[in-house]
Design a protein around this ligand. Structure first.
Ligand code: F3S
Length: 293
């Protein structure tokens, strides 16, 4: 049986950088290390960091009560007011915001300062979008579908800047831009979708269209892993979402599937992983699938 591992599986550049920045702080024996929100959507990594003394601050209230230490900002980035709050409190900031997200902050900050209305194509509830909104001077419009576009009440003779959440789907972005364009605005569209996501999704689609079963590894709360799963599932009905090798053991959906295939000589299994999945977990899954089935 062939195991086809996606080259783009696992940590993207921004996540790698954020995770390394936490381990650098630990290694430098700094005390009072906090991350604002879990640094990545991966329980194992977050637990490891916690065991080394890193604390996760989940909300603004938590930030307000700390009086010293270092706050690490994760790759999703945060709103401007968070920097202001920490700077006022003289709390050290380690900014691990992905440079691609930082670029969006800069665009919306400048464009809104120059009088353009800002439309963000993305998921309103996602922390990255929350952060981007916090760099807009005035109201930011967030659209995720055509109904959201209908709700925009910006006057038709306005100047508008459109950006995207980095992990948004390319085709959906294009489609929504086309609908917004019909409203007659003077539009500056900046496609801020990150290539890492696009490449991972394209590769996953290609592999899953050729294999008999597909494994997608990632955290349950990781939206990019969920998207990856959806893409693979469309191509390959035997697609499995797993977090660790525990999800390959007896009793799991994958295990039952593999047992049901026994005797049918399964030829190939594809494996990919979301942006928050560490290399060691991917390697363990590959070994496990190779050795156990
Ligand atoms: Fe950055 Fe792209 Fe990853 S925006 S955090 S490199 S998915």
């Amino acid at each position: 049986m062939d195991i086809v591992l996606a080259k783009s599986a696992g940590f993207c550049f921004g996540v790698k950088r954020a995770v390394n920045s936490v381990y650098d702080e630990i290694e430098n024996h700094n005390t009072g290390i906090y991350t604002y929100g879990p640094i990545i959507h991966n329980e194992q990594v977050v637990q490891d960091m916690e065991s080394k003394g890193v604390k996760v601050i989940d909300d603004l209230e938590g930030l307000k009560i700390i009086t010293e230490g270092t706050v690490i900002i994760r790759s999703h980035g945060v709103e401007k007011s968070i920097y202001d709050l920490l700077e006022n409190k003289k709390i050290r900031i380690v900014d691990a915001t992905c440079p691609f997200v930082k670029k969006i902050h800069k665009i919306v900050f400048e464009e809104s300062a120059n009088g353009r209305e800002v439309i963000i194509i993305g998921n309103d509830k996602h922390p990255e979008v929350e952060g981007i909104k916090g760099w807009v001077n005035g109201k930011a419009w967030v659209v995720n579908n055509s109904e959201d576009v209908e709700k925009i009440t910006i006057k038709s003779d306005s100047k508008v800047c459109i950006v995207s959440q980095t992990t948004f789907n390319h085709n959906k972005f294009k489609y929504l831009v086309e609908i917004i364009e019909k409203k007659g605005y003077d539009i500056n569209v900046v496609n801020t979708i990150c290539n890492a996501t696009h490449e991972r999704q394209a590769e996953a689609k290609e592999i899953s269209s050729k294999v008999e079963a597909m494994i997608v590894i990632g955290g349950r709360h990781s939206s990019n892993t969920q998207k990856l799963y959806d893409i693979c599932k469309e191509e390959c009905k035997n697609t499995f979402f797993i977090q660790t090798t525990d999800d390959l053991k007896e009793g799991s959906e994958f295990y039952s599937y593999m047992k049901s295939c026994e005797g049918n000589s399964l030829k190939s299994i594809g494996i990919t992983a979301g942006a928050s999945t560490p290399k060691n977990i991917i390697e363990e899954v590959v070994l496990n699938v190779r050795d156990e089935f």
